[in-house]
Write a protein that binds this ligand. Sequence first.
Ligand SMILES: [Cu+2]
Length: 164
Amino acid sequence: MNFSKKNHEHKNKNVIDVSKKVILSVAVIAALGLTSCKNETKKETETTTTEMSKDMAMTDLSFGVRGNCGMCKNTIEKAANGVEGVASANWDVDKKKIDVSFDDTKTDVMAIHKAIAASGYDTEKVAGDEDAYKNLPGCCQYDHEMMMNQSGEEESDDHSNHDH
Ligand SMILES: [Cu+2]
């Protein structure tokens, strides 16, 4: 009786040991799971932070681009936005100037000049592609002598009064 009780106790102990082990492994697995989840969350946070710092590293620049009208604006901005890394492009029809915001780890300002020039428009640094220029709608075939990158509207008013 005594012996069998002992045996029984021993069995129980074994069962307890086993369940302890099971609980322990479950805990370990859970902990691992939590850790990996944490890691994932951390990674996501890091990615977000990187993206945010990329936003912070955006370069804002303006340069002159010739053009006439709203259709020119569409073409110029589309060309600039087509460059990978360009976040925004806004061409000013009065000032003949584009404001661009881009990620300088992905592109540089010359790539934007070239893309705009390829669409047919003169920039301060790159002459517009002639074939593309010829294919522009008539109203968009701007004057190649046109002043660009004008700082104020007064200048552009002066210019239109003089009319070359
Ligand atoms: Cu136009």
